[in-house]
Design a protein around this ligand. Sequence first.
Ligand code: ADP
Length: 259
Amino acid sequence: MGVSTNTILQIQNLEKIYPNGHHALKDISFDVVQGEFLVVIGLSGSGKSTLLRCINRLLNPSGGKILFQDQNITFSKGKRLRKTRSEIGMIFQHFNLIPRKTVLTNVLMGALSRTGILKSFFGIYSKQDRDNAYKYLEIVGLTGKANQRADNLSGGQQQRVAIARALMQNPKILLADEPVASLDPATSHSVMQYLKKVNQELGVTVVCNLHFLSLVRQYADRVIALKAGNLLYDGKPLEINEDWFKTIYGEEAVEVTIN
Ligand code: ADP
């Protein structure tokens, strides 16, 4: 009620308390608009990863609400949860590819929620899935690498394979948990540019955790900042001035730029 039709995700008073009592998310509320490129920043341990894992329900929230496409998914289970997960793609810091399999096989694994484990095990994919796999490999600039083993690729290329794999789910939203944290600066930009391309050309909404503010300024439409589980800032990247920087990262912090 009263929500604009282009809001894809609503986080309302979200709480996460881990079983050991650690209060990792405290009363977090924000909306994500369809097609937005939202970046989450904050010091290590501020709750960024916990937030993404609550959104795709790898973790169960302790309180509050998550509405995805106007459906309350906070505590959904079974078939409903599987459907939600299939509409939310995820990219991880360490790519999580199967190293000895080909690039194409890794991308096709993204269709698992449709194909089923047995068919996937025997490599039985539909023509549609294969066509899509090649289409997404082209989008991430890796057409020529389809038959190479994943572990023969550079880190940045492996992360691009992971993006293509996530696209196989035909996700409405892509969550990226520190996608460039294991990469060097030049490669980081390349991966961010492909994420931005996916966002702009396919219209997939992106929510991405990042360390470096310089990357945030270049790629984010909007940024939220977490500190010790609290939401400190929600606004435009360019409005994060020196004062905000110190508030978010601490008085001692010095900005490091990635060129
Ligand atoms: P970030 O992604 O910003 O580095 P995390 O979401 O990984 O932060 O962690 C937020 C806080 O929750 C940290 O203090 C971390 O130690 C704690 N934490 C993360 N996972 C667990 C867990 N499984 N059990 C207890 N505490 C955890």
